[in-house]
Ligand binder design. Structure first.
Ligand code: HMG
Length: 432
């Protein structure tokens, strides 16, 4: 039974664990051992992890894998991926290997503008507000100079501020809609600081110059970044899609049809895009970026035309198969976890220290590769064959298989289809 607690945040880590065990885990004999076995023996490193979030009691491990053989704009990459789901890294690797001999991935950053808004209400005439905004706009930018001057030195900063009238949708509701260039920073802190300064100046000036009061509701960046856009693409002659027993024409046509289904059918589009996010999230996480922001922005983009749809597209034209995707991605390669988490630093090193534009391209490629691999399986063997082949080790671990049992069973499933029940049967046969 749950109990309420006051002052929990002020307890020491040990006291928090004791409270947790007493109130939630009293039946679990070795709860403390489970929590502490994931602590790092290097106390400084553990403290670093403890301080990433609040009320930390342990570390939650996710595997860091790497997918080699990605050729992106003629440069070879090994892509780090942090993910718990089996077959994702294998699928990315397989797609990378497939495309490395077919021209590789081509990518392009289309734009890098980020957005933030001050949401406010004004009960007076719009014309008064419009005139006031024209007068105050330069002061908004000037007052934010202490925040923007370093970013400006590097070539970024505030690009524009617009007044948006949203009163048709909500009474008295307006926005200061601002665009920013934040270069290699994801920019959340920079944008939010600028917005809060805009709000301060705007409100103070309004008090002196407008007949009615401005009420600031909130100032916050938007994770919807349709003007921070990257494109990734693969293409080759249809006959070059040939592999083993796969007929290239049938494969290309079925593949394009599968993408078209995801374009028009939301039930399919969600799963299709989930597969893309397998790749995207894994690289976003490995490189210390905010996958929730990326997820929210990308799914909003997938619905930008009024219906949730596929993020990827495919066509066959004049015997050429082309498969591509354009997605919004606001990523950072400086600041945040990128300079704090030792594994994030290492992941960025594996990628040859990309700037944020290069990282956008790498992440987009991981998403496209993932979708290619999934669709390739779905339209040929079916997903279960490869997925279950990769999942085999998880099932064996669930049944505490010994090394000897694992070796025998892996050998057995080289020539047999992996299903959960077939693996259980194989374990039972060995153990009898
Ligand atoms: P395969 O043909 O059996 O693999 O594919 P293979 O043993 O012939 O090896 C070929 C290459 O695949 C390897 O080359 C690796 O690159 C990679 P090599 O290293 O030998 O030069 N590979 C591996 N890499 C690392 N560890 C491994 C490994 N095995 C192969 N153990 C594979 C097997 C799973 C790759 C294939 O069946 C596949 O791509 N399946 C798709 C799996 C997938 O999409 N998983 C995502 C999870 S399912 C999901 O959530 C999304 C979904 O619902 C989305 C949607 O509906 O669109 C499907």
């Amino acid at each position: 039974m749950s109990v309420l607690v006051s002052g929990f945040s002020k307890l020491s880590k040990t006291e928090k664990i004791d409270w947790l065990i007493k109130n939630h885990l009293s039946d679990q004999k070795n709860a403390k051992d489970i929590l502490t076995q994931y602590w790092n023996s290097d106390q400084k490193l553990q403290q670093l992890h403890d301080e990433f979030i609040e009320n930390t009691v342990s570390n939650y491990y996710l595997p860091l894998g790497v997918a080699p053989n990605f050729v992106i704009n003629d440069k070879i990459y090994t892509i780090p991926m942090t993910i718990e789901e089996s077959s994702v890294v294998a699928a990315a690797s397989k797609a990378a290997k497939f495309w490395q001999t077919r021209g590789g991935f081509k990518t392009k950053v289309i734009a890098t503008n980020k957005i933030g808004q001050v949401h406010f209400t004004y009960p007076g005439a719009f014309s008064d507000l419009e005139d006031f905004f024209k007068n105050v706009k330069s002061k908004l930018i000037l007052d934010a100079k202490p925040i923007t001057k370093n970013m400006e030195k590097r070539g970024g900063g505030i690009l524009d501020i617009q007044l948006k009238n949203k009163t048709k949708a909500l009474d008295n509701y307006y926005q200061l809609h601002a665009t920013f260039e934040t270069l290699d920073a994801m920019g959340a802190n920079f944008i939010n600081s600028c917005l809060e300064q805009f709000a301060k100046t705007f409100k103070a000036e309004a008090e002196a110059m407008l007949p009615m009061p401005v009420t600031v509701i909130m100032s916050i960046l938007s994770n919807y970044v349709p003007e921070c856009l990257v494109r990734a693409e693969v293409s080759c002659n249809v006959e070059d899609l040939a592999e083993k027993d796969i007929d290239p024409n049938t494969f290309a046509e079925t593949f394009v049809q599968a993408v078209k289904i995801a374009e028009i059918e939301p039930y399919r589009a969600v799963t299709h895009n989930k597969g893309i996010m397998n790749g995207i999230d894994a690289v976003v996480l490995a490189t210390g970026n905010d996958f929730r922001a990326v997820e929210a922005g990308i799914h909003a983009y997938a619905a930008k035309d009024g219906q949730y749809s596929s993020l990827t597209h495919a066509k066959i034209e004049n015997g050429i198969f082309t498969f591509w995707m354009e997605i919004p991605l606001a990523l950072g390669t400086v600041g945040g976890l990128t300079s704090l988490h030792p594994l994030v630093k290492l992941a960025l090193q594996i990628l040859d220290q990309p700037n944020s534009k290069q990282l956008m391209q790498i992440v987009a490629v991981a998403g496209l590769a993932q979708n290619f691999a999934a669709l390739r399986s779905l339209t040929t063997t079916g997903i279960q064959e490869g997925h279950m082949k990769m999942h085999l080790m998880n099932i064996l671990n669930q049944f505490n298989a010994t090394e000897n049992e694992k070796t025998q069973i892996i050998e057995h499933f080289k020539t047999n289809i992996v299903t959960h029940s077939a693996v259980v049967e194989a374990i039972e046969n060995i153990r009898q």
